[in-house]
Write a protein that binds this ligand. Structure first.
Ligand code: ZN
Length: 302
């Protein structure tokens, strides 16, 4: 299975209404706090810098509840640990105070992290990104403030009073096949030789299946049938939920209707093997649902 599927986080949403209780939980010696700054995480060498409250308060002078986000609890060997993230405004203090500390993005960190670490880091940077991009109310333009342990931002204009909730952008990704071939394409700005399956964002008023059919048509001029759900993956670059599908093209003629792909073609399993082995083709990284879709197809009996 693909990355970011860890399912042991109990988000304990009912605790979000009580800031005092959450601060007590955060101060427990075995509670863990992950500092986040602009979708980057503090790392020490190749490891995430997980802190306890003492370490956080020793570096951040004035810990503010508005920057503290409760991620939830994880049961580990009969012990329950509470996980938080903290939105750092000034990461420089950490970089000065701890040895070998730097900020790294999740894409760079994914290969280094355990399943649970990657998942928790993903939740933390996803919600942090939403805070960074929703500082102002989209209805009236006044400032918003964080509440409910970081899961709501409230408009400060009392006449407006709108509550804003974390956003996730729905996207579809689809392995389209025709007989014994799969469609792979590439965008001009991707690394050289990298090919993947087609993907795109869901538009307002559109079902996931309709988005698959539209993207197949826009990107490759294909009509697809037998659209089947495959699985989903949160993809925090910056805030998507990728929903994976398989589908079959009714006709193999490819036409690049929009400018999204610079090239697309049908590949058999043996062609992919040969091109990958001779380093003429690079597939998406193994943590992505796109790679999982391709590998799933490669393993199917012909
Ligand atoms: Zn407002």
């Amino acid at each position: 299975m693909f990355a970011l599927q860890f399912n042991q986080l109990d988000r304990q949403a009912e605790l979000r209404i009580n800031p005092a209780q959450l601060r007590d939980l955060a101060q427990q010696t075995d509670s863990i706090i992950l500092p986040v700054h602009r979708q980057q995480l503090l790392t020490q060498g190749d490891s995430l810098l997980w802190l306890n409250w003492r370490e956080l308060s020793g570096t951040v002078e004035d810990i503010q509840d508005k920057h503290l986000i409760y991620l939830g609890q994880v049961k580990e060997a009969d012990q329950i640990k509470h996980y938080f993230s903290y939105r750092l405004t000034k990461p420089d203090y950490f970089i000065q105070q701890f040895n070998f500390v730097s900020l790294k993005g999740l894409r760079e960190l994914l290969p280094l992290l355990s399943e649970s670490e990657a998942f928790l880091a993903n939740v933390a940077i996803g919600i942090e990104h939403w805070h960074n991009t929703h500082q102002y109310c989209g209805y009236c333009g006044h400032a918003t403030y964080s509440k409910l342990a970081g899961f709501v931002r409230q408009c400060s204009n009392q006449e407006c009073d709108k509550e804003h909730y974390p956003r996730t952008d729905a996207a579809v990704i689809c392995a389209i096949t025709y007989q014994d071939k799969i469609l792979l394409g590439r965008q001009a700005q991707w690394p050289e030789k990298l090919y993947s399956v087609i993907a795109g964002f869901v538009e307002p008023g559109e079902s996931l299946e309709q988005a698959v059919a539209r993207e197949a048509n826009e990107e490759a001029g294909l009509t697809v049938t037998n659209i089947q759900y495959f699985g989903s993956q949160p993809w925090p670059f910056p805030q998507s939920l990728m929903t994976g599908f398989t589908a079959e093209a009714t006709d193999p003629s490819i036409e690049l209707k929009d400018d999204e792909l610079e090239h697309a073609a049908w590949f058999t399993r043996s062609q992919i093997n040969e091109l990958v082995n001779s380093e003429q083709l690079i597939l998406p990284n193994k943590y992505s649902i796109s790679r999982t879709l391709i590998e799933h197809w490669r393993e199917l009996s012909i």
